[in-house]
Design a protein around this ligand. Structure first.
Ligand SMILES: Cc1ncc(C[n+]2csc(CCOP(=O)(O)OP(=O)(O)O)c2C)c(N)n1
Length: 340
């Protein structure tokens, strides 16, 4: 069921592209810095980059409204988090174990969220974000608070093989929930190539099988991502039911910074999927007149300064104090009681 990609535009395209592009810049620079700190032994635990997936991720997060919509990011969604509205400090504080971070320095590097504002904490169990977002939307419907709201998540090609993904997508379709699932098909589930991961012709078949509207996009093409993913968000918001977008791309990093991705053939890297969406986006911003070369270079400098400041701030903050910390789960109810 191919979707009509030309949904009525509901945003100022230029302003929107500028906002989303800046979020991509922020994520790329922030993650580059975190990667070098990890390699210098200054970050404990894993570092997972969204390098090459920023256009997809930021188009999703940037199309959602902080405080009203629901966004469940995956490990490669720093760009989506930034575009959605997450403060850069939330990221540096979590990676550097600051007790002032949203999870108070007691959780893994990417399992942070701001549930009250609609940013759900990342779930490591692949696929689980799909039923969780469906559940949040269903509960909002039951409370009469679903009007104009969209819930979205991003998942990898590997994650689409989990039971949770299928159950969640099916439930969302049956309930006609305003949900968008973006599949970042970066050709490998860690090191497992697509042909060992699924036997259907196209991952979109999985959407069709459940009665979910599907669209495809070249994940390296920034403007196409804005249009197709933005269109899916608009359709979900206007009551067309759940949407799935499959983005073709290549991860330009390892699964995590501990992985050199030597299983990716050079030929694939040299092809169209190996294009860097950041470079494509910068060229498109200039071509369309959405930004000048000078503006982009100024933004780069501004973002660099902001990253340095966020890292320096988090580095000076205290870690959790094991004598004073309560090591229970951070249930909202509990923290509201204990922090009152
Ligand atoms: C339910 C579940 N099974 C297995 C894992 C272990 N695991 C972590 S990442 C990964 C591969 C993920 O592949 P994909 O979703 O394509 O993302 P990619 O890392 O390629 O971006 C696996 C199997 C997990 N986290 N959750």
């Amino acid at each position: 069921m191919p979707a009509d990609a030309d949904a009525t535009p509901v945003r100022d395209e230029r302003e929107h592209a500028r906002k989303v592009f800046r979020a991509m810049l922020e994520a790329r620079q922030l993650e580059t810095k975190l990667s070098s700190m990890y390699k210098a032994g200054k970050i404990v635990g894993g570092v997972y980059l969204g390098k090459g997936q920023e256009a997809v991720s930021a188009s999703l997060g940037g199309g959602l409204n902080w405080g009203t919509d629901v966004f469940a990011p995956l490990i490669r969604d720093q760009a989506g988090r930034s575009a959605f509205g997450e403060d850069m400090l939330d990221c540096t504080r979590t990676y550097l174990g600051s007790s002032l971070g949203p999870m108070h320095g007691r959780d893994g590097n990417i399992h942070r969220g701001r549930p009250k504002e609609g940013l759900l904490a990342m779930i490591s169990h692949l696929g689980a974000s799909v039923p969780v977002v469906a559940g949040v939307l269903l509960s909002r419907r039951l409370q009469g608070k679903l009007d104009g709201v969209v819930g979205a998540t991003c998942i990898g090609d590997g994650g689409t093989s989990t039971g949770a993904f299928h159950e969640g997508l099916n439930a969302a379709a049956v309930e006609r929930l305003p949900m968008v699932v973006v599949v970042a098909n970066n050709q490998f589930a860690y090191s497992t190539p697509n042909d060992r991961q699924f036997a259907c012709g196209d991952l979109l078949d999985r959407a069709v099988g459940y009665g979910v509207e599907g669209s495809s996009v070249d994940g390296t093409d920034f403007l196409d991502c804005l249009r197709v993913i933005g269109g899916a968000i608009d359709r979900a918001r206007s009551g067309a039911g759940p949407q799935m977008v499959v983005a073709r791309l290549l991860r330009l990093s390892g699964h995590g910074e501990h992985d050199d991705a030597s299983y990716v053939p050079d030929k694939l890297r040299a092809g169209g999927l190996g294009r860097d969406c950041m470079q494509v986006a910068a060229a498109q911003m200039i071509e369309t007149g959405y930004a000048t070369e000078g503006e982009i270079s100024d933004w780069q400098t501004e973002v660099e300064d902001a990253v340095q400041l966020a890292i320096a701030t988090a580095q000076q903050e205290p870690p959790p104090d094991p004598w004073k910390e309560r090591w229970d789960a951070r249930s909202t109810k509990l923290s509201m009681v204990t922090e009152a």
